[in-house]
Design a binder for this molecule. Structure first.
Ligand code: AMP
Ligand code: FE
Ligand code: FE
Ligand code: ZN
Length: 284
């Protein structure tokens, strides 16, 4: 906990990606929950950070500038970055490219759905988006609204899943590039929810060890959806490999209603010490 006993949450999303609260609403909620610090970690974008910083100052919450990058991997690899310079030119240029790629992919996927006989338009997909980022979940919702499928899962299973007939792969960074981008901007790269890498303990250790050599700084050990056993295993790995053990809820708001801000482990937040350690790891 911070000196005053308040805890932190280092993983939350806003409307800049797929969260349902605006940056200001998210910071206000963090203040209401009495969090000392909040990591704002939108997918592949820093767009929320300026507004979040202003609100954080007003509300007495410490904003931890963050991001969650989609990384090329056979499993689901999300790389968190913390405490980088939000205005770093190289980082922003690469993120802009990823966002432009997503926009053109949306156009091409709608074309592909039309060729596949699905009467759907880009405007209909855009109308389903609550925030700034548009992707496959909104295509699924548009297909439901048209009565073409009954559920989001059916839309993925029949058309949109990776390798499905209407899917076009997203451009992602490689693990080494993601780590380099965050380090070059002065931040600390952290593997998010390691359970989704889908690796057995020994394979995970080998992989994390090699990522550590390319500059990985932390491991998200505390996570709202980790079991106590998983948490214990990841903590041990972090200790062994000298990675900072971080933690967060992965709060999204309405699109993940079972996840609550500041509820990470034992029904509470993460100790402030994790942030102290991250700050030390910035200069490694
Ligand atoms: P996008 O960023 O446009 O590729 O969309 C990624 C999102 O689609 C993920 O965050 C999931 O919510 C959803 N998604 C991806 N694959 C599947 C799947 N096979 N079944 C259900 N939802 C999926
Ligand atoms: Fe998300
Ligand atoms: Fe994630
Ligand atoms: Zn997340």
């Amino acid at each position: 906990m911070a000196i005053d006993g308040r805890g932190i949450d280092l993983h939350a999303h806003t409307t800049a990606s797929d969260g349902s609260l605006s940056p200001v609403e998210l910071i206000e909620l963090a203040a209401e929950k009495k969090l000392a610090a909040l990591g704002v970690t939108d997918h592949d974008t820093l767009a929320a950070l300026p507004e979040a910083a202003a609100a954080a100052q007003r509300c007495g919450v410490e904003l931890v500038p963050g991001i969650e990058l989609n990384v090329e991997h056979p499993g689901r690899f999300h790389l968190l970055g913390y405490l980088f310079r939000p205005d770093d030119a190289g980082f922003n240029a690469r993120l802009r490219y990823l966002q432009d790629f997503r926009a053109s992919r949306n156009v091409r996927m709608v074309d592909r759905m039309q060729q596949y006989g699905l009467p759907i338009s880009l405007a209909e997909v855009e109308a389903e988006a609550g925030g700034d980022m548009i992707g496959r979940p909104h295509m699924a919702l548009a297909l439901i609204r048209k009565g073409i499928v009954q559920t989001v899962q059916e839309a993925f299973d029949r058309f949109l899943a990776d390798g499905g007939p209407c899917d076009i792969p997203k451009e992602k960074v490689t693990p080494a590039e993601g780590i380099r981008l965050i380090r070059d901007a002065g931040g600390v790269p952290v593997v998010a929810h390691p359970v989704t890498l889908g690796l057995e303990a020994d394979k995970l250790e080998v992989e994390l060890r090699s990522l550590r050599e390319t500059g990985l700084g932390g491991l998200e050990c505390y996570y709202s959806q980790h079991t106590p056993e998983q948490e214990g295993m990841f903590l041990e790995l972090a200790r062994k490999l000298d990675l900072v053990p971080t933690g967060g809820s992965d709060f999204h708001g309405a699109s993940k209603p079972h996840v609550h801000l500041g509820v990470v482990r034992n029904n509470g937040p993460v100790d402030y010490r994790a942030l102290d350690e991250l700050k030390r790891a910035c200069t490694e």
